[in-house]
Design a protein around this ligand. Structure first.
Ligand code: GLU
Length: 356
């Protein structure tokens, strides 16, 4: 063999070995699909210090490309489900997400799923998915408080940590998780507590599920409510949810807001009551009359933490109400919307609020 041929031959062998090693390394990495819905994590401002910006301006591929080292953690594929600020999140998009996650969760070549989402309604989508996805593979939501163009944008690390949780076998079976600012929250318990601070999400009653640190995780808690594979809710054939309104309680609350909800076709009303799910006498009467007409009335609270107990200050048995237990008004609305997909007794409905 001439020297030139020998060199070419050795080069071919070398390239083959290198590409085998590369393929083997890829095959060993877990596979994660990112479903992007929009939000500030995909927002872009004109400058790094501008407070105003449009949400949902950056595509999922650009978001992945902006996170150094993310592809060392996992083989990542991105899909754009929507690109909206989460104030425009809708049940339509939530249903599309849940159905897509259920398809992906059933596949052998998917180990975890990450959903990028705006923070405004993140807790609602997280809870909706917690009740409707049918997989114990990690489903992890991430967002950011600062747009991608900001000085110290928080999105890239949240996304990195979100992937780190999605590939962690210890994340399995804990329901839908939200990873923001290094904390891992359960869908049942988290809530947004600051309009602008990056440490916005808290889980006031139950505490965090764990902590994520540059792709490594410590888990402290396993949420005890029913979720995902133990949930009875199935949206496979659902394309629309019944209307459930939230009426906000306050001093001298006008009771005709409850009447307006009923007149506009609400099948359920959640009262974001004062204190322990309270409302004034006029509103109690309007709510009791709604309940008599078959509208399901759930008493929740506008207070950020604590439970709303049955028959504590309000006689729920007599007036035909449901108490929300630990669920805040926005999560009560999600549970009630799903619950009203079929007919249930008051006892069955009350049970849902203490099981989910
Ligand atoms: N309104 C935006 C949204 O929810 C901003 C909040 C955020 O993503 O941080 O998409």
């Amino acid at each position: 063999m001439r020297l030139q041929h020998k060199t070419q031959f050795l080069l071919v062998i070398l390239l083959t070995v290198v590409s085998w090693q590369y393929a083997a390394a890829q095959a060993k990495k877990p596979n994660v699909v990112i479903l992007a819905t929009g939000g500030t994590i995909a927002g872009a401002a004109a400058t790094g210090t501008q407070a105003g910006y449009p949400s949902g301006a950056v595509t999922i591929d650009a978001m992945i490309a902006a996170v150094p080292g993310i592809k060392d953690l996992a083989n990542i594929k991105g899909e754009q489900i929507s690109n909206v600020g989460s104030q425009d999140m809708s049940f339509d998009i939530m249903l599309t997400l849940a159905k897509r996650i259920n398809e992906l969760g059933a596949r052998n070549d998917v180990d975890g799923i990450v959903v990028t989402h705006g923070t405004d309604t993140m807790e609602e989508t997280a809870f909706f998915l917690n009740l409707t996805v049918k997989t114990d593979k990690p489903v992890v939501m991430v967002g950011s408080m600062r747009p991608s163009t900001a000085v110290s944008a928080d999105g890239p690390l949240n996304l990195y940590n979100g992937i780190g949780v999605a590939i962690d076998p210890n994340a399995k079976g804990r329901g839908v998780l939200v990873v923001m600012n290094d904390w891992i929250h359960a869908a049942h318990s988290l809530t947004k507590t600051s309009t602008t601070a990056i440490q916005t999400f808290m889980s006031p009653l139950r505490g965090v599920v764990g902590v994520a640190t540059y792709g490594k995780n410590d888990f402290y808690n396993t949420p005890q409510w029913k979720h995902t594979t133990s949930s009875e809710f199935n949206v496979a054939n659902v394309s629309k949810l019944p209307r459930v309104d939230i009426v906000f309680g306050c001093a001298d609350m006008p009771a005709d807001l409850i009447d307006a909800s009923v007149a506009n076709g609400a099948k359920g009303i959640v009262i974001a009551g004062v204190g322990n799910g309270n409302m004034n006498k006029a509103s109690l009467d309007a709510a009791a009359s709604a309940a008599k007409k078959g509208v399901v009335v759930v008493r929740s609270s506008r207070v950020a933490t604590g439970t709303v107990g049955r028959n504590v200050e309000v006689n729920d048995d007599e007036l035909g109400f449901i108490a929300s237990d630990e669920l805040n008004p926005q999560k009560s609305r999600i549970l009630l919307s799903l619950a009203l997909l079929k007919s249930r007794t008051k006892d069955e409905l009350q049970n849902l609020f203490t099981s989910y």
